[in-house]
Design a binder for this molecule. Structure first.
Ligand SMILES: [Zn+2]
Length: 319
């Protein structure tokens, strides 16, 4: 175990991916996080590491080979389009587009969660936060959507099972949006328990009818506040997590349920994120030797994002 028990994984390419002027899923999100961790001194307590690229074989633990190949093909056709004087973007859906750096950024974003898993499993660190873009939890087995290309957390969960021989891993998703991609990939896999809450009805308009017994979905209406979310977590998540006894936990750490975030209408604060992280950590300490890998999903109010990630990481690092 190094002096710093919490890893911080990122890569410069994650800043170069962007989807056009004014898009909320912007490179400045990572600057807001970095700046906040630096100015508060939290960065000093983290084991900072550069994320490698995920291999295609690792991506295919969670994605169809055709999906991986299609994204690579889209990047090649974008390069031809740019060489011909065309747009520097290629759209996948109305919210989701690639630029020339997206492919590399997506490989490093998934690779961060994999390297964090390796470091946690090796006992070099107890837990990790991956400050990466693009996010992942809307990426389905066979398609990109909702700002997401590869499902970083689902790939890492399958990697922990396949490459490290774990038998049970849990995924906690506290993004304001339903993690439909993670559900698409992992529903029905008894080695995985996924727990989440999300605003409903709301993008991506799914999750009210769980796709598998291993999915614990808590749809909540707009304007639900943190105290109500905490009660739901205590009542529903905690007994399931305790009974499941995960050997490792992954967090789809979206911070767009913050009351200051205009992409969602829930009422969480950074204190709520600290509390939720503490409850996840309790489970990890009891059953998983503290092993947690958290990966950034949403969070679009830059100031609230910085404060929320600080609160989350402080609990992970016992600061
Ligand atoms: Zn979100």
């Amino acid at each position: 175990m190094s002096a710093n028990k919490t890893g911080y994984f990122s890569h410069p390419s994650c800043r170069k991916h962007e989807m056009g002027p004014g898009h909320p899923e912007c490179p400045e999100r990572l600057d807001a996080i970095d700046d906040r961790l630096l100015v508060t001194g939290v960065a000093d307590a983290l084991d900072r590491r550069e994320a490698p690229q995920a291999s295609l074989a690792d991506l295919e633990l969670a994605h169809d080979r055709m999906h991986v190949a299609a994204l690579r093909g889209l990047r090649e056709s974008l390069e031809e389009q740019i060489a011909a004087g065309g747009s520097p973007y290629a759209a996948i859906d109305p919210d989701t587009a690639i630029n020339p750096y997206t492919w590399d950024a997506a490989l490093h974003a998934a690779g961060a969660a994999l390297a964090a898993t390796d470091a946690v499993m090796a006992g070099e660190i107890e837990n990790a936060f991956c400050a990466v873009r693009p996010p992942g939890h809307h990426a389905c087995r066979g398609r990109a959507m909702g700002f997401c290309f590869f499902n970083n957390v689902a790939v890492a969960a399958r990697y922990a099972l396949a490459r490290h021989g774990l038998k049970r891993v849990a995924i906690v998703d506290f993004d304001v949006h339903h993690g439909n991609g993670t559900e698409d990939i992992l529903a029905g896999d008894p080695r995985v328990l996924m727990v989440g809450f999300f605003q409903h009805p709301f993008y991506p308009y799914s999750g009210d009818a769980p796709a598998g017994d291993n999915m614990l979905n808590l749809p909540v209406p707009a304007y639900t506040r943190g105290m109500e979310i905490r009660e739901l977590i205590e009542t529903y998540w905690m007994p399931r997590l305790e009974a499941f006894r995960p050997e490792m936990l992954f967090i789809s750490a979206g911070f767009d349920a913050h009351r200051d975030d205009d992409l969602g209408q829930l009422g969480l604060t950074e204190q709520d994120y600290a509390w939720i992280t503490g409850r996840i950590k309790d489970v990890a300490r009891r059953h998983a030797r503290g092993r947690i890998v958290s990966s950034l999903e949403g969070g679009y109010n830059l100031d609230a994002l910085g404060r929320s990630v600080e609160a989350h990481v402080r609990v992970l690092a016992d600061l």
